[in-house]
Design a protein around this ligand. Structure first.
Ligand SMILES: [Zn+2]
Length: 421
């Protein structure tokens, strides 16, 4: 019964003591994500964890009575950001070192600090796409946040992720050693169904699979890869996941991996460096979302391996092509944060989307309305409107002309509770 209760209420803010509190926020500028525009001097009235009214400040203030006031008249207010691809349990340092030398309790302590950092950057909801060897500890972090024990975004968690034997690190060690794996290694359709059931039993909201590995540039100039699963295996994962009311997120970088993931019927493609126009058209037909994770591969890094730059270039071209083909509403903001240190603000991803072909308003929608739809939570989050959860972020400057303004969160509210001032 406890598990059912936690699952059912996972996204609704857990702030019973706060239920009657009323807050009036005065926004100097309010970004309307639906219409691409900004409205000046707006009021947002909040009761408990929900928004009850939005409109010109003078009108809303009249209705607000003795509500608590928050003056953000010097700032631009947006819906709380959603990052649909994070790793709270990675800290941006050497992967093998994390798995071999850090205990899961230590990694959980780091994850707690990462969760706070994410919220302070303005991310009020995240989909955390696997713990990379830290088992089900993401469920514990999510529960601690839901209960108000620690600050952090609303979390949708993927727990362990799935890969076949020999196809996910750690690898390359002596066969005499038992080394930990960064994912749950499972082979065969029946075993995969069982693994999906187990992950859901212990709290997975999403199932994450590694569709491919070892990307390389082929003679045809495309980015290819080695697919990880037989079709029977991949379809068993998707079928069992959907049967349990969950969705599948597929890491896929090369043509073969993306193709296999689309044949199996996943709901989102992660990274997607090798996306071709044909694959994009299939994603549009199947309503499959793309989390591009550009910043992690394109940010300046000294001594970077040659393939990293090549893949970043593939992704830049694919992103521009996707926007030109009208796939923009299927691009969900995803950064792979944790793949780089949490001291670096994942909101730097926005500026890359604009540099690669989106308008600033489109880029903002990837982290609000688009990501909310991908996560199946668009009734609760993604816009500032009556009835929605009161998830807000205030930034300095004008993000509609300068997307780097989105890295300057000065005030964040999640479910009616302001977390930074
Ligand atoms: Zn990732």
């Amino acid at each position: 019964m406890m598990i059912a209760a936690v699952t059912a209420t996972s996204l609704a803010a857990q702030t019973p003591a706060n239920a009657e509190r009323r807050v009036l926020v005065r926004a100097g500028k309010l970004i309307d994500v639906a219409s691409d525009g900004a409205k000046l001097d707006q009021g947002i009235l909040i009761a408990g964890d929900r928004i009850t009214r939005v409109g010109p400040y003078a009108d809303v203030a009249t209705a607000a009575g003795n509500a608590e006031r928050v003056d953000l008249s010097r700032y631009t207010v947006l819906p709380g950001f959603i990052d649909a691809h994070t790793h709270l349990f990675l800290d941006g340092t050497d992967y093998a070192n994390q798995l071999l030398k850090q205990s899961i309790p230590f990694r959980t302590i780091e994850a707690v600090t990462a969760a706070k950092a994410a919220l302070d950057y303005g991310f009020t909801t995240i989909r955390d796409l696997e713990t990379e060897g830290a088992m089900y500890a993401d469920v514990d972090v999510k529960t601690a946040i839901d209960r108000g024990i620690i600050p952090g975004p609303r979390m949708l968690v993927a727990t362990r992720a799935l890969a076949p034997t020999g196809m996910y690190p750690l690898s390359g060690y002596s066969w005499e050693l038992q080394v930990p794996a960064g994912a749950q290694l499972v082979d065969g359709a029946d075993n995969l169904r069982r693994a999906v059931r187990e992950q859901v039993k212990f709290g997975a909201d999403w199932i994450k699979v590694y569709a491919d590995r070892d990307s390389y540039v082929g003679d045809d100039g495309r980015l290819h890869s080695w697919p990880n699963w037989t079709d029977e295996e991949f379809k068993a994962i998707v079928d069992e996941t959907r049967r349990l009311g969950r969705a599948v997120s597929a890491h896929a970088t090369g043509v073969e991996g993306i193709d296999a993931a689309l044949r199996a019927g996943v709901q989102s493609i992660e990274h997607g460096d090798g996306l071709t126009p044909e694959l994009m058209d299939r994603m549009v037909r199947q309503r499959v979302y793309w989390c591009p994770t550009i910043y992690v591969g394109a940010r300046p890094l000294t001594g970077r391996p040659p393939l990293r730059a090549t893949m970043a270039e593939f992704k830049r071209k694919a992103f521009g092509e996707a926007v030109r083909r009208g796939m923009g509403d299927l691009i969900a903001f995803g950064t792979d944060a944790g793949g780089f240190a949490w001291a670096e603000n994942p909101a730097q991803e926005f500026a890359y989307y604009v540099r690669y072909g989106m308008t600033p308003a489109q880029a903002i929608r990837t982290a609000t309305t688009n990501a909310a739809r991908l996560l199946g939570r668009d009734k609760d989050v993604g816009t500032i409107a009556a009835g929605k959860l009161a998830d807000l972020v205030a930034v300095e400057g004008d993000p509609l002309s300068d997307p780097t303004a989105l890295t300057k969160a000065k005030w964040v509210m999640k479910g009616g509770v302001a977390t930074t001032r």
